[in-house]
Design a protein around this ligand. Sequence first.
Ligand SMILES: [Zn+2]
Length: 265
Amino acid sequence: MPPTQSHRIIDIHTHPAFFQEEVDHADVRRLIRYGRKFGIERMVILGDVLRYGRLPSASQIRSINDQTAALVEAYPDYFLGFCYVNPKLGDRLVRKEIARCVRLGFCGIKLEISCNAADRAMAPVMEEAARYGLPVLQHTADQTNIRERAFHSDPADTATLGGRYPEVQIIMAHLTSVGLRGVREIEEYRNVVVDTSAFQPVAGLVAYAVARLGAERVVYGSDLVIRDLGSSVGRVLAADISRSERRAVLFDNARRILRNGGADV
Ligand SMILES: [Zn+2]
């Protein structure tokens, strides 16, 4: 099925700047045009999260979040921002940066591979998320082969986080990377949803996640600019799910989550 404007889409997982200290606005405008062609009305910017490696300093974190804020300010009807944090910076700096991002109008929190989702260093992040009502998007990948679990979250770890903080909306990233087991790991934690971003599509996986979790717990994401839109949108358009389930995955769920985080979408 070719993409058409009849599909309303919100992309909850993008990185318009990727290893880029200076944004090229011609590239950004091209990205927005490319997105709109596929029916993508809004994109959530998670930040240029790996620009300074796994453990960015407080000033590096601020510069990444400032770049996100500048992009949102330049294209306010297209981009929404999530606040990137490194939990290993400790209680005071984490809370301070989240408060700063809330003042900048960010509507969620993004976690990458500074620490495992089950690490106790996550406490201030999750307490602030609960206080401000912000969703938390946790990078997650199956650690059976990667073997970096000291700092890299397996779906079982993101599920543990969900169990510890049932009042916080958690988005587990990367359906294809967490796979069937990832879906099963989060199944009992109603506050955890999975995003469809990253990797090449696997036949049947989106439909499996919808069947096990319910359509309201599967959220469209691409991981642009690392991934392409054709395969990201195509895996949802081609999934064997109903029209209303597809609409929930592509649009309604993200809108609900972002509105709960205070965004005007
Ligand atoms: Zn990503």
